[in-house]
Write a protein that binds this ligand. Structure first.
Ligand code: NAP
Length: 496
């Protein structure tokens, strides 16, 4: 099998899409080169071509950035909520006006098909619209003490300068999900996007500048050496909060650093989502749900269905339908219209997915479709369905982060709930059933922060996104999203 190869037209349109994006560091309202003058390459994973170079920030740049955020905090906290709201609203409009070009930038640096990239641009923009509406609704409280003697007035204040760190898999939305509430709350920021996908974030900075964000409020340092930039921020004593999306290992390290200055911490970490199909489910709906939960972003999502449990009586029928659905997908350069599945983000990811499949097969799994990489350039892996997967297979305990669906049969509800919860992670879980009692019973029993009930998609700006156990702390989006960036203060005074 060969991947649908890129054409010279898409290669040149990828380069054209990224031309014009500022590729320096954005510190205190100015685009600058890094202190070292070094730059690093950004590669298109579909073609393995370098599409841009960006500034490689270091500790000196990091220090300047956090000092700028610290200096801007006081004035920024005092701006009118309506002013902050309107900056976000203008940025929303600008993102949507440039949806097509931003989608092409995203596809070029990260690989996802254009249709999905357009979807992510809209999803990312929606966080700005949502938080533009929240900015003017930051509430408080007023009460009288139980003994009737005192008045208590509760107010909300911005936490202060925030450290924001995002991964490569949703290059725009992971940024707006943090920047949106920080702006709404009145926090300044230092922001480090992933080195594999900095261009979407840098394009976003250009948009926020155009929308009127004042100097010093958002400072962005791209780097090939994450810890040399992030550690000075965490140790600065200036930052009051860290909001991180990425792997659990890095999250734990950041929590250790945050403890030194008792910083507020939001952690959106890894997952190992179970997806459960009961025999009373609408099977076609379950296949569509599993398809969405597995194949969104080529499986490179923290919410991706990592373990698909199917009740034994429908296991064969489900495997056949899912294999037909995945086997029919077109794999290729995401910039070519009609592509369903793009490349993985880098060669390391491709090698890891291959190793996980090989390990499962060595432990007795059967490949129903896929199971290999297409020939040619680009980090492609064929959509894969595995049956008869052993509980000891490595992919049962690790995030696959690729288009591989392992199916595990089960007999009883109690058995499947125990298997689903047998993981240190607890981000998302999915279940398919037409029995309402069972839906709530199993939904309650799953140890996760988010449950998809007869649906494979749980992400929405109006919903509180986040996990429990090793999947993290705090929530992003929804009514609670802005709370993560606010402190509570109260004033007490005797009643006259
Ligand atoms: P990662 O390796 O943890 O990287 C995430 C971010 O942390 C990147 O910006 C990375 O920089 C930075 N980083 C790496 N080492 C660091 C260090 N020592 N100190 C400070 N920052 C450091 O994760 P990833 O591979 O990019 O992303 C995949 C992971 O993110 C998966 O586990 C996935 O489940 C999780 N994720 C979670 C959510 C959620 O909302 N719960 C959403 C999406 C992804 P560089 O990349 O530039 O090195």
């Amino acid at each position: 099998m060969t991947a649908q190869t890129s054409t010279s037209r898409t290669a040149s349109s990828a380069r054209a899409a990224v031309e014009g994006i500022s590729t320096g560091l954005y510190i205190d309202g100015a685009w600058v080169e890094s202190a070292s003058g070094e730059r690093f390459d950004v590669v298109n994973p579909a073609t393995e071509e370098v599409i841009a170079t960006v500034a490689n920030g270091n500790a000196e740049d990091a220090q300047r950035a956090i000092e700028a955020a610290g200096a801007a905090q006081k004035d920024w906290a005092r701006t009118a909520p309506r002013e902050r709201s309107e900056i976000l609203r203008r940025a929303y409009d600008l993102i949507m006006a440039r949806q097509e070009e931003l989608a092409l930038v995203m596809t070029s640096e990260m690989g996802k098909p254009l249709a999905e990239a357009r979807g992510e641009v809209a999803y990312a923009a929606e966080f700005f619209r949502w938080f533009s509406e929240e900015a003017v609704r930051i509430g408080g409280d007023q009460t009288i003490t139980g003994d009737g003697k005192n008045r208590i007035m509760v107010t909300k204040e911005p936490v202060g300068p925030c450290v924001l760190i995002t991964p490569w898999n949703f290059p725009l939305a992971m940024g707006t999900r943090k920047i949106g509430p920080a702006i709404a709350a009145g926090c300044t920021m230092v922001f480090k996007p992933a080195n594999l996908t900095p261009l979407s974030s840098l394009a976003l900075v250009d948009i926020l500048i155009e929308a009127g964000l004042p100097a010093g409020v958002l400072n962005v340092v791209t780097t090939k050496s994450a810890s040399s930039v992030v550690t000075p921020w965490m140790e600065s004593g200036i930052a009051r909060k860290v909001s991180f999306t990425g792997s659990t290992g890095v999250g734990v390290r950041l929590l250790e650093q945050a403890a030194q200055h008792v910083m507020r911490s939001s952690m959106e970490l890894g997952g190992n989502a179970p997806l459960i199909v009961f025999e009373d489910a609408d099977l076609d709906r379950a296949v569509e749900g599993a398809f969405a939960a597995k194949m969104r972003n080529m499986g490179e999502a923290c919410t991706a269905a990592n373990r698909i449990f199917v009740q034994a009586s429908v296991a064969d029928a489900f495997a056949e339908k899912l294999a037909a659905r995945l086997g029919a997908l077109r794999v290729g350069d995401g910039a070519v219209e009609g592509t369903d599945v793009g490349p993985l983000v880098e060669e390391k990811a491709l090698v890891k997915v291959g190793e996980l499949v090989d390990d499962a097969v060595a432990q007795g799994a059967r490949v129903v479709t896929g199971g290999s990489r297409p020939e040619g350039k680009g980090y492609f892996y064929s959509p894969t369905v595995l049956t008869n997967v052993s509980p000891t297979a490595q992919l049962m305990t690790e995030e696959i982060f690729g288009p591989v669906a392992p199916l595990i049969p089960f007999d009883t509800e109690d058995e499947v709930v125990a298997m689903a919860n047998d993981t240190p992670w607890g981000l998302a879980g999915y279940l398919f059933t037409q029995d309402l009692d069972r839906a709530f019973r199993v939904g309650d029993a799953l140890e996760v922060g988010m449950v998809g009930l007869n649906t494979g998609i749980v992400s929405n700006p109006a919903a509180p996104f986040g996990g429990i156990k090793a999947s993290g702390l705090g929530r992003e989006g929804g009514r609670v999203g802005i709370e993560e960036f606010l402190e509570t203060k109260y004033m007490a005074m005797p009643r006259a």
